[in-house]
Write a protein that binds this ligand. Structure first.
Ligand code: ADP
Length: 408
């Protein structure tokens, strides 16, 4: 715009001088005209030079600005990628087209006890399964997915190739720790197998007895006996299914116990009263000393725990006594259920809290147990923020202790 105005101005001056020379036609005029012409040439030269420099500066400025912007954008993207890789909860690393690890996050270092940054991927050869996977991803330049085991952990690996203008420029490798998932899967499988095994036993018994019942030559007395046996097995199945329902409810993450305030002495006394007849039947003496205390508990579930442990005490004691004590100790209320029964070997004292674990399968069957009672009890006590444990000596007896927090 400015350029054009300058050129018009200069042209007007030049035209006036030219007219002057043509119409006045004298020597001085011609000399003046030549000077003007000379001046105009120099002026135009400087003018154009200045404009050119200005243009050059401004376009250089634009380029620099653009460069600066794209650098800032790159830094921003990198920062975002870094923070994403930190909060991802999974490992991520990148290898470039020359096989160098150009980026690796903290999780990778935690998983494999090594900072992978700036290493050549051949340097992780000692992490055999990971190296094999990376090598395959790098050589094939293709997406890969695999699960590997390393150092007692299971990892899920995904490699995604990166291409720049159709040229392979590296691979992005994601590493998820799926150990917990795998353990849960294994646990679930074993549990399902255990459940079907536990149900199969009474079911086959029922099938066998009913086949015998079908025989024509069976005496009335025997017939009655088999019907009773079938009823017993059906009852056992019912107990197992009931306990399984309780377990599956307690296992649900969103399952909440129904807490309210209760005097624990009343809860214990009610539970003992329910089992008094059973103790008398086996001629076991009962004693106990239970302190009053208001606790925030799920009364139904806690009663089930106390009943279950006293029931066990009765079932596994042939002579002697059952004792129940309850008292406050520091921040806890302790319930002790003691018996003079068969006792539990030291190496089995942790195992009895596991699902379906019984020391003497036949004895547990005779008492109608599902093998799930203590595992349910432990689950309920833990949910109350408490602890459950046992001290026992073979042929001397056992003491089960439930510790419940005074404040919830
Ligand atoms: P069960 O239905 O078999 O009683 P539990 O989970 O209640 O299942 O108990 C698991 C196992 O722990 C029992 O089978 C038994 O071997 C052992 N056990 C539990 N309580 C006692 C006890 N008071 N004395 C001896 N053994 C016990």
């Amino acid at each position: 715009m400015n350029n054009r105005r300058d050129i018009i101005n200069v042209s007007i001056v030049f035209l006036v001088a030219l007219l002057y020379v043509i119409f006045v036609n004298e020597r001085i005029g011609t000399i003046i005209f030549i000077f003007i012409l000379f001046g105009i040439t120099i002026y135009l030269h400087f003018l154009l030079n200045r404009r050119f420099n200005e243009d050059k500066e401004s376009s250089l400025g634009v380029i620099l600005k653009r460069l600066d912007k794209s650098q800032r954008e790159n830094e921003e993207t990198y920062k975002r990628f870094l923070s994403l890789s930190k909060t991802l909860g999974s490992g991520v690393f990148m290898i470039d087209d020359e096989g160098k690890i150009s980026f690796s996050n903290k999780d990778i270092e935690n998983f494999f006890n090594k900072d992978f940054n700036n290493l050549d991927y051949n340097e992780i050869v000692y992490i055999k399964p990971l190296y094999k996977f990376v090598n395959k991803a790098y050589l094939t330049e293709q997406t890969q997915r695999e699960q590997i085991s390393y150092d007692d952990k299971v990892y899920d690996l995904t490699a995604t190739p990166i291409f720049e203008q159709d040229m392979f420029s590296g691979s992005l490798i994601l590493v998820h720790d799926i150990t917990l998932l795998k353990t849960a899967e294994k646990f679930q499988k074993r549990f399902t197998a255990d459940v079907s095994h536990e149900l199969r036993t009474p079911l086959s018994a029922i099938k066998g007895f009913s086949e015998i019942l079908n025989r024509d030559n069976l005496e009335k007395k025997d017939r009655k006996e088999f019907v009773t046996l079938i009823q017993q097995e059906a009852d056992r199945m019912e107990i197992i299914l009931k306990d399984l329902t309780t377990i599956s409810k307690l296992d649900r993450l969103d399952y909440d116990l129904e807490y309210s305030n209760h005097n624990i002495k009343d809860v214990i006394t009610e539970s003992v009263t329910l089992l008094k007849a059973k103790m008398e039947e086996k001629e076991l003496t009962f004693s106990g000393d239970v302190e009053d205390c208001t606790l925030t508990i799920d009364k139904v579930k806690m009663s089930q725990v106390i009943i279950n442990i006293i029931k066990n005490a009765i079932n596994y004691t042939d002579v002697g006594y059952i004792r129940v004590d309850g008292f406050k100790e520091r921040d806890f209320y302790k319930i002790l259920i003691s018996d003079s029964g068969i006792g539990i070997p030291e190496n089995k004292q942790d195992l009895i809290f596991k699902r379906f674990y019984r020391i003497d399968k036949a004895r547990s069957r005779d008492t109608g147990g599902s093998g799930l009672g203590l595992s349910i009890s432990k689950n309920v006590v833990l949910k109350h923020g408490g602890e459950i444990s046992v001290e026992s000596e073979i042929n001397e007896g056992s003491v089960f202790m439930i510790k419940l927090p005074l404040k919830k």
